[in-house]
Design a binder for this molecule. Sequence first.
Ligand code: B16
Ligand code: MG
Length: 218
Amino acid sequence: MSKKGFIFDLDGVIVDTAKYHFLAWKKLANGIGVDFTETQNEQLKGVSRVKSLEKILAWGNKTILQEEFNQLMAKKNEDYLSYIAKMDASEILPDVPKVLSYLIKEKQPISLGSASKNAREILKKVNLYQQFDAIVDGNDVSKAKPDPEVFLIAAKLLKIKPEDCIVFEDSVAGIQAANAANMISIGVGEKDVLQEADYVFSDFTEMENSFIEELINR
Ligand code: B16
Ligand code: MG
């Protein structure tokens, strides 16, 4: 049986932590007199913490000193951590366990490929940490999505060639990173947002095991 590498993004694919990032960024932005909408939050999906704050400051036409920048980032993460502290397995997105179990049954290597520095903690909270053969997160990369680094490291750890890897992603930056890594990109979300993906599903309930079987055997 052939082996492929299955790489999952975290926020927006395995759990819906985007709502907590939104609350924490909104509090921070409003605190420094900058408006922050759900539409702007969309543009922060898959984007690193540093880049996200840079974008918020640019939207508000603000320039600040490095020291204040670092303090704001720390404060945002503190707030975010307080929201995720209460997370448990009930926050896993629909049919994610079904897909993971199927891949494990088929003996397919599985990795996480997330921009979040909090990824390991979140996986432990929702009880999925043990399901992954490799975990690559924001602590392991020097270049953020859309750079392919995060997924290329995952492929290396799984010992699978990039062209034999499949990436599940909810963000435009993440789909671009998967494509740049020469992997199959599967968008989880809206078709018109994730136009660059090879395939798009609104969520995992739409994905049949037969589709995964085809990916394994292609
Ligand atoms: P942290 P993903 C990304 O995770 C989020 O989509 C993005 O909104 C967040 O800013 C980024 O992680 C960094 O997260 O502040 O926890 O390090 O979608 O790549 O799993
Ligand atoms: Mg994501």
